[in-house]
Design a protein around this ligand. Structure first.
Ligand code: SAH
Length: 229
């Protein structure tokens, strides 16, 4: 997967994506990232990329002429995304969908966001990482990329861990334990030490159902609906 990020803070990348599994995958060439400094496409000597909102109001808006020039020079097809609180909310299903893209270009907003005409002219896909407001799209882009890169073939050592995670089948993950068996008087549930795979699977499923029902009735409903098929 080839990723391009349009940002006014190119030095923020790869950021935490340069560590651990995503960093290793970056070194191995499973994915690549190029950050493009939007300011390089500014028309004046101050490198100005923003201006006040038409119609008035607080803050600044990123100019379509500068961002447009950056896109023209760097976007040559593939998925084009703008990180935005108004976007389609990122879920594990959406992450899976994005992980099939070969070319991903991401626009990171700053200030109060970008001019609507860029979104319209380029038919940009807007992605939100949740119902809260960040100071910039860079943080959101890195979170999205972390989840996406994790799913690229060869990134995770153990592919089984993918199918057993939270949100697979719309259920949250069961509790997990490791050694020592007794920690400060607290024991690992006996069933997990029994070696009986059937009972272990049954216990985990029951725990998953219980936790999902208690914490996420919305997911539980999806799960129950999918069982009806
Ligand atoms: N005025 C905008 C918020 C601007 S926040 C509004 O009310 O919708 C500045 C930038 O941070 C945005 O342009 C966007 O790129 C990024 N951003 C903020 N919150 C985000 C979120 N929840 N998901 C994705 N990107 C976000």
């Amino acid at each position: 997967m080839r990723v391009k990020v349009l940002t006014i803070f190119p030095e923020m990348f790869p950021g935490f994506l340069g560590y651990s599994l995503t960093g290793k995958a970056l070194n191995e060439g499973i994915w690549s990232i190029e950050s493009i400094n939007i300011r390089d496409y500014a028309f004046d000597k101050h490198g100005s990329v923003d201006d006040t909102p038409c119609g008035g109001g607080a803050g600044m808006i990123m100019r379509p002429d500068v961002l447009g020039a950056a896109l023209k020079a760097n976007y040559h097809g593939g998925k084009l995304i703008y990180m935005s609180p108004r976007g389609r909310q990122l879920t594990q299903d959406y992450v899976k969908e994005l992980s099939t893209a070969e070319d991903l270009t991401i626009i990171c907003g700053r200030f109060e966001g970008i001019d609507q005409r860029i979104l319209d002219a380029y038919n940009v896909e807007e992605v939100s990482i949740g119902d809260y407001i960040l100071t910039g799209g860079e943080q959101a882009a890195q979170i999205m990329l972390d989840a996406v890169v994790r799913l690229l073939p060869g990134v995770l050592g153990n592919v089984d861990s993918l199918s057993e995670e939270s949100f697979e089948d719309n259920l949250l993950e069961h509790p997990q334990y490791t050694r020592p068996i007794n920690w400060e008087g607290l024991e690992v549930p006996a069933v997990l030490l029994s070696g009986h795979h059937g009972n272990i699977a049954k216990w985990r499923k029951e725990q998953s159902l219980e936790i999902t029902k208690a914490r996420r009735p919305d997911l539980m409903k999806k799960y129950l609906d999918s069982q009806g098929d």
